[in-house]
Ligand binder design. Structure first.
Ligand SMILES: [Cu+2]
Length: 157
């Protein structure tokens, strides 16, 4: 079954004056929102992207992968502290979003990882990344590029 992504919050952009974070996508039982990434230094080899996924269904969902044209490989990663050392690793099985729960991909935790960047990400640009889910299938998500080192996608005025 093909599911069509639905843009539900476009009007919010004009209202808040902030283009970032306004997009909320309904994809099967999933709500995908607050997608963002950040500018990378000129010689950076990698970059991360972040998004919040709510599973409104009564079965667990799984984010199995991501596809983009911005890097040699686009992967799902986890960052975690092991023996006091912050390390990240590729999640070959992806990441589960339990039924009824919200998973936030964020710095220092789960993230979409771009390995071997084709070119640096620049603030103000947008990335188009396809997120792949086990049951719901693929969905295209827009990731606004925040400033270098940003800790979240929230913009304050
Ligand atoms: Cu990573």
């Amino acid at each position: 079954m093909k599911t069509r992504a639905l843009l539900v919050a476009a009007a919010l952009v004009a209202f808040t004056g902030s283009a970032a974070l306004a997009e909320s996508i309904q994809h099967g039982n999933l709500t995908i929102k607050d997608a963002w990434t950040r500018a990378t230094p000129p010689k950076a080899k990698g970059g991360g992207a972040f998004v919040t996924i709510t599973n409104n269904g009564n079965e667990d969902a799984r984010l199995t992968g991501a596809v983009s044209n911005y890097a040699k490989r686009t992967e799902i990663h986890e960052m975690a502290v092991n023996d006091g050392v912050m390390k990240m690793r590729k999640l070959d099985e992806g990441v589960v979003i339990p039924a009824g729960e919200t998973l936030e991909l964020k710095p220092g935790s789960y993230h979409v990882m771009f390995m071997g960047l084709n070119q640096p990400f620049k603030m103000g640009e947008e990335l188009n990344v396809t997120l792949e889910f086990e049951k719901a299938g693929p969905v295209d998500v827009t990731f606004p590029v925040m400033k270098m080192g940003a800790k979240s996608g929230k913009m304050h005025h």
